[in-house]
Structure formats: structure tokens, C-alpha cells
Design a protein around this ligand. Structure first.
Ligand SMILES: *Cc1c(COP(=O)(O)O)cnc(C)c1O
Length: 382
């Protein structure tokens, strides 16, 4: 009997568990005829603000749009520089470029994969308007030194919290660790909608007011446009779904942490720790494991990925090409070798299956397949 496949992420598990409430929520919205914004979105915004500890939450159309709104709301525009990591999802840097500003890359810490604060300090110029710490894979950046550099240079801190709803730094959840924060509710994130959705949080009433105007064509009064804004609104159906799921997020995050501990233990018990480098969770932070990303020698990475795929184990490389080497950013003039820590990560990382409902048996299967790869290699070498 061949073992059952293990998916990278099992989106339908949440739907099956909450189906009656989710179906009812969607039907309720269909019955109201209020498709965009409105009371459902306002209720979600209140509940989500409470969950993140922010004074204001502004729902929007995606995590990418949340970044554009957040950067726009703190005044980022042509002529500005914004410091971002090169090892992140594309949208972190594209949002900066879409606003006509220049993404300035700063290398990552090779252990946490997050922005290295000393590299941020080294990239500040008199044009720097903002820095975007990306809380990658579910763990917050080292915010104290980043905030210190930002404050000393009158630079805004715009968190990219797309992967890290619920993650904590020194006891404070992300979303309030800078002036403004962007969240994604893409279906695979810690809180997932049934399509594209996102949110921006802030403690500033001025920034919140600007965000609310910017997402509806820059208008505070209909048909009167204060800013050159966007159509980046949140749909009521998405808000209704998110409201059903939001109360379950703490339980799902705890399940992710448990699954990460089980992977750690399985890697030890299979004696694979010399080969698979486990993710490093810092003591002053709560890592909520949107992804469980391990690291292997570059010479093995692609072969191991193929072996996992051949054995029906879900696997993904986040991210295979550093952003400073992307074709669309060639005009920035960076070269291979400019960001050694980011470039090394692109050659060595892989993400193993991770979702709140993953079972110990599924995780065992993943590690058996990894161990099988190594055995095969040793046999081939003998
Ligand atoms: C998912 C993600 C985004 C973009 O979110 P979308 O909702 O897909 O637009 C931005 N930044 C990071 C780090 C992400 O992981």
C-alpha cells in the first residue's frame, strides 16, 4: 500500500471543520445585497483590531494592496527610498516601486531570515522615508534596533506582517510594532479568506483616516477626491468568512507551534539534524510558523525537493530568487553577490508541509521520505 500524500497546506480542512458557520455567513451576506464594505466589514475591522491590539484596522483587497496603502499613507512616493529585505515575497518590494519610490535592499540575518538591523542602518540616506521589516515565515524581526535606527533618522516603520498574524516580539503582537502594518488574508496565511483580502493596522487616527480614504479612490466624501487613491476595498463576503475564522486563530497558531515542535523532535529522532537545519525561534519572540522552513546544503536542495515531490510530499521553495536579482528590478543596478545571506538562503531553504491540522503521522511520513533520500544518496556514494 502506498502511503497517502501529504499536502503542503490543507485549505479545505478549515472549511470542513467550520462548514455550517461559513456557509451561513456567506448566505447571510448574499441576503443583504451589501457586497462591498458596509457593516460586515466594519464589524470585522473592530474584531481584527482587538485581536492585533491596534487601535485601528482597515480592511482591503489583498496583502499586496495593504502594503501599497500603508506605504502611501505614510507619504512614500517618487524620490523616496524604502529599505526592504531582498529575501521575501515579491510584493514587499513591488509595493514600493508601484508608488514610484525606490526599493533599497538590506541583507538578512542568515539564521532568522529576517532583516539584519545593522544592514538597515548602513542603507539609510537622507532620502529614506520608510523601512519595511518583513516578519518572515511567522517570526518577528528584531524590532528594537530597527525602531531605534528608524526613530534616529525620522523614518517610518511599516511592518509586513502578511505571514505573521499573532506573532509576538517581547510580548507584543505584530501589527503595532511600527507606525503601520500590512496583513494578508490569502488563503494559506494564518488567517485565510476565500479569495484575496488584506488589512492595514495602525494606532494613529491620522494614518487610519488616510487609509480609509485611499482605499476608496482617495475620497472621504463620495465623489470628492482628496487624494489620488485606489479601488482597494474589502468585500463583505470575505469579511463574513474572516469573522467566522478569526476566533479560531489562537487555537490554529498553537497547533502550528505544536506541529513545529513535533518536526523538531522528529528531526532529532531520525538523526537528521546534521543535514536538515531546523528553523531558529528566538527566545524573545513567539514564532507562529506560517511556514516550517528548513535548510540543507545547496548541493542537495533541488534533489531533495524532487524526491519529496516524487513521494507525494508537498514542498515549496520560499524563495528561489532574491528580489535584487529579479528581472523587473534590473534597473536598480544590483548584482549577484550583493546580498550574500539572502542569496545563500535562496539556494538552501525548503518549506515542509505545515498547517494547523497536520497530524503526527503525516509529519512522520515527511521525515521518513527525507531519511529515504539520504539513505539513497549514501548507497549511491558507496
Ligand atoms: C502573502 C504575502 C504578501 C502579499 O499578500 P497577498 O494577499 O498575496 O497580496 C506580501 N508580503 C508577504 C511577506 C507575503 O507573504
Amino acid at each position: 500500500m502506498t502511503p497517502a500524500p501529504v499536502p503542503l497546506c490543507d485549505i479545505q480542512a478549515q472549511y470542513k471543520a467550520l462548514q455550517p458557520e461559513l456557509d451561513a455567513a456567506v448566505l447571510r451576506v448574499l441576503g443583504t445585497g451589501q457586497a462591498i464594505l458596509g457593516p460586515e466589514v466594519e464589524a470585522f475591522e473592530k474584531e481584527a483590531a482587538a485581536a492585533t491590539g491596534a487601535a485601528f484596522a482597515v480592511g482591503c483587497s489583498s496583502g499586496t494592496d495593504a502594503l501599497i496603502l500603508a506605504l502611501h499613507a505614510v507619504g512614500v512616493g517618487p524620490g523616496d527610498e524604502v529599505i526592504v529585505p531582498p529575501f521575501t515575497f515579491f510584493a514587499t518590494a513591488s509595493a514600493v516601486a508601484r508608488l514610484g519610490a525606490k526599493p533599497v535592499f538590506a541583507d538578512i540575518d542568515p539564521v532568522t531570515y529576517n532583516l539584519d538591523p545593522s544592514q538597515v542602518a548602513a542603507r539609510i540616506t537622507d532620502k529614506t522615508r520608510a523601512v519595511v521589516p518583513v516578519h518572515l515565515f511567522g517570526q518577528c524581526c528584531d524590532m528594537d534596533p530597527i525602531r531605534r535606527v528608524a526613530a534616529d533618522n525620522r523614518v517610518y516603520v511599516v511592518e509586513d506582517a502578511a505571514q505573521s498574524m499573532g506573532a509576538e516580539y517581547k510580548g507584543v503582537t505584530c501589527g503595532t510594532l511600527g507606525e503601520v502594518a500590512a496583513f494578508s488574508f490569502y488563503p494559506t496565511k494564518n488567517l485565510g479568506a476565500v479569495g484575496d483580502a488584506g488589512m492595514v493596522t495602525t494606532n494613529s487616527p491620522e494614518i487610519a483616516a488616510r487609509l480609509k480614504a485611499l482605499r476608496v479612490h482617495g475620497s472621504e466624501v463620495k465623489y470628492y477626491h482628496k487624494y489620488l487613491g485606489y479601488n482597494m476595498r474589502l468585500d463583505a463576503v470575505q469579511a463574513a468568512v474572516l469573522r467566522v475564522k478569526l476566533p479560531h486563530v489562537p487555537r490554529w497558531l498553537a497547533a502550528r507551534e505544536e506541529a513545529a515542535k513535533r518536526y523538531d523532535a522528529l528531526i532529532e529522532s531520525h538523526q537528521l539534524h546534521g543535514f536538515l537545519r531546523r528553523p531558529a525561534a528566538r527566545a524573545d519572540r513567539r514564532h507562529v510558523f506560517n511556514q516550517y522552513v528548513v535548510r540543507v546544503p545547496a548541493a542537495h536542495r533541488d534533489a531533495l525537493v524532487q524526491h519529496l515531490k516524487d513521494n507525494k510530499v508537498g514542498v515549496e521553495i520560499y524563495y528561489p530568487l532574491s528580489l535584487h536579482q529579479q528581472e523587473c528590478f534590473a534597473y536598480l543596478g544590483y548584482r549577484a553577490g550583493d546580498f550574500p545571506a539572502a542569496e545563500a538562503a535562496t539556494r538552501e531553504v525548503l518549506a515542509l508541509p505545515m498547517f494547523p491540522e497536520i497530524t503526527e503521522a503525516q509529519q512522520s511520513r515527511v521525515l521518513d521520505v527525507v531519511a529515504g533520500y539520504l539513505r539513497g544518496r549514501l548507497r549511491a556514494a558507496a
